[in-house]
Design a protein. Sequence first.
Length: 397
Amino acid sequence: MGHDVTREELLAAVDRLAPLIREQADRGERERHLADPIVEALRDAELYRMLVPRELGGLQVDPLTFYQVVEALARIDGSTGWCMFINGGNAFSAAFLGDEAAESIYGKDTRSIMSGTVFPPGRAVPKRGGYQVSGRWTYASGCWHAAWHMAFCNIYDDGARDPRLGPSGAPETVVVHVPRAAMKILDTWDVSGLAATGSHDVTIEDTFVPDPFVWKFVPEAPRGSRFGAPLYRFPFAGFFSWPMAGVALGIAQAAIDEITETSRRKTPRLSTVTLRDKPLFQAQLAQAVALVRSARSWLHEIVSTVWQKTVREMPASFDERAAFNLAAANATRSAAAAVELAYLAGGGSANYRRSPLQRHLRDIHGVTQHIGTAPGQFETSGRMLLGLPPDSPLVLF
């Protein structure tokens, strides 16, 4: 069985890991996945099991705790925070699996990590007792260390060229879970930002996936018997998309920390005073801090509001889901603006590899390019604020 752990204890564990994560960050960028010592330390601290139910030996923390731990890790290293968001959040998918499957993934192996991919959807052909699955997916963050992989697939009738359509006219979708041996990693992750996340393409070729390891992507999908706690009724996107705002805020806070420290010792060219004493920098720093703190406050407010409703067995309203989506997108864009202010204040020296500011700039724009925080999310939220249905059903899941 799992055990109770406080938010403060988890954040203290992150603080203890900080020296190791910083020491191994350059190695992760070179190898293009998190360095092995970081992954093992995160496993030892049980951080990958924050959303695993206590009945399967997990920590089963509340959503705000998950967000704050993700942000704290990203403040140390953006790629580490990102992988915790993805690989830790993927545990939520097990809530919709049969008990046998959930036990296989998280109960027997207490150090299990699961990677996951959404686009482009694979092909799942119904067979007796399961689905025959094939496909190639992009952005499989953390796949290098994963023991399991979850992937979104459209359902195809045997021999059909086009996917089966549901009542809404959209393709019917299932989420399949396969062991690492069924997944092949393609060496495709050669990028500027979040370079250590190891978000390579992966393939699954003509693999049979039994029904207990598959669930249909519909809002009324049943939960397994081990997942009866309120946590597993929290909005799906609250763990699969919106926590990237926590990653962005962590990166931005790191950039603010760095430029604040740098300002005490840096004397810009053609200046007789330190950066700290220049009025322009003082205004830039204040703007960056305001961007991050206000965005964080709104994000935490809506996470807490929706969580309290979930605990009371009340679904999040349409307007609350719109606000949640908008707060997450706003936090990411505000964080990017704050990092850019810090980077510009750092001057020419910020462009050197030795400066943490250049990595913060690259990492934050790795976050902003994700579809979950793209400008289209403002359009989605705006539609909902006007009472129109969102263009993505994920927001209502």
